[in-house]
Design a protein around this ligand. Structure first.
Ligand SMILES: *Cc1c(COP(=O)(O)O)cnc(C)c1O
Length: 375
């Protein structure tokens, strides 16, 4: 048996749409495929504006520019996340302030956010881990009371909802990822979603190297020039053409992923009952997108043996984040706001299982091996 941890899924239409982009002769950004993808996101997520970027990292960098951070400003986020969540803000001179996660969803613990707020705090970045929503009502309420901007890191959250609202539609802004390890992919890719209309115009300029090019093409200004800071954040049409093929099948992809997730979840109920593993927790108000199936094992030693045993059977499982507050860069540049005990524990206990379209054929074998390795 050889079961990779991830295998990017192709719908089969990607090359056809790429050939259309090729034939159209428009290869730079913001052509017909970019428009289709942005419109799809605006419709499905219900955001004011969706701007395709070349990664979620790029979208987070744009969001950090839009939040107008000054050196020394503080940004509250979990430590149990990908480096880009912090890096985008650090590039603006801001300090990441790490708050512990909840033991159930592994998302930022909203009850600990307020204690981490200082006079320098400007932004809260909730990360929807495994596509399961953060407690957004509480987070938006804290932000309102303290005048903070909320930027959702929804890299893993496409097609998930919180109380019926799509992730990415709740904060002032949000960032999505279409990296090949995510649910809907374009190799590398992402999008900045804007819900607060006061950021829309400036976002277009930042994305176009700090120029008013978008307004010029809409005929709103008669020449295009340098008006703001910015960079080149547009993906080309080849990437957007690929992404469009994926968006067309997004509902099918989502359903097939959920089927695999649910099969895992049912099979591991027994292991959880005898306290060999803890399964993911999805709160009642959250509908998730099966981005990830993970298990929490009793200890680092258990996890090390578990990953090794599955590897000898050809099944590739991986652990996840080294908490940012313990990383070399995070220690220099960030600050932990509390004891981070849940973060530290989860970082040692969590293991991610293979979850990709096509795994269905080998799923029974994988489950059998996981059950035996966890006994
Ligand atoms: C994948 C991921 C990112 C980065 O996405 P890219 O598109 O690779 O830049 C950021 N944050 C989280 C939580 C992620 O999972």
């Amino acid at each position: 048996m050889n079961v990779p941890f991830n295998k990017p899924y192709m719908t089969g239409k990607e090359l056809w749409y790429i050939s259309q982009a090729h034939a159209s002769g428009h290869l730079a950004g913001d052509g017909q495929f970019t428009k289709k993808c942005s419109f799809w996101l605006e419709q499905r997520i219900g955001c004011q504006k969706a701007l395709l970027t070349h990664s979620c990292t790029a979208a987070l960098e744009m969001a950090a520019m839009l939040a107008d951070l000054q050196p020394g400003d503080e940004v509250i986020m979990p430590s149990y996340t990908f480096v880009s969540t912090a890096n985008a803000f650090v590039l603006r001179g801001a300090t990441p302030v790490f708050v512990d996660i909840r033991p159930d969803t592994l998302n930022i613990d909203e009850t600990k956010i307020e204690d981490a707020i200082t006079s320098r705090t400007k932004v809260i970045v909730p990360v929807h881990y495994a596509g399961v929503s953060c407690e957004m009502d509480a987070i938006m309420d804290i932000a309102r009371r303290h005048g903070l901007i909320v930027i959702e890191d929804a890299a893993q959250g496409i097609m998930s909802t919180y109380k019926g609202r799509p992730l990415g539609s709740i904060g002032h802004m949000a960032a999505l990822s279409f990296h090949e390890t995510k649910n809907i992919i374009s190799g590398e890719g992402g999008a900045l979603l804007i819900n607060d209309p006061r950021f829309v115009e400036r976002a277009e300029m930042i994305r176009e190297k700090g120029t008013n090019r978008s307004q010029f093409f809409r005929g709103q200004v008669d020449k295009y020039t340098w008006v703001d800071i910015g960079s080149s954040y547009l993906p080309g049409e080849i990437v957007a053409a690929f992404l469009w093929a994926q968006m067309e099948e997004a509902d099918i992809i989502n359903k097939r992923r959920l089927d695999i997730w649910n099969t895992y979840h049912q099979w591991f109920a027994n292991l959880e009952r005898i306290e060999k593993v803890r399964r993911p927790v999805v709160p009642r108000e959250s509908v998730h997108n099966a981005h990830m199936y993970y298990l929490l094992l009793p200890s680092l030693a258990h996890r090390t043996i578990f990953i090794e045993r599955l590897k000898t059977k050809g099944i590739h499982t991986v652990f996840h984040y080294i908490p940012l507050h313990t990383s070399p860069q995070g220690k220099i540049i960030g600050r932990a706001a509390d004891d981070m005990s849940n973060t530290n524990n989860v970082a040692e206990q969590l293991v991610r299982l293979p979850l990709w379209l096509g795994l269905e054929d080998q799923l029974a074998d994988v489950i059998a091996e996981v059950v035996s390795a966890a006994q």
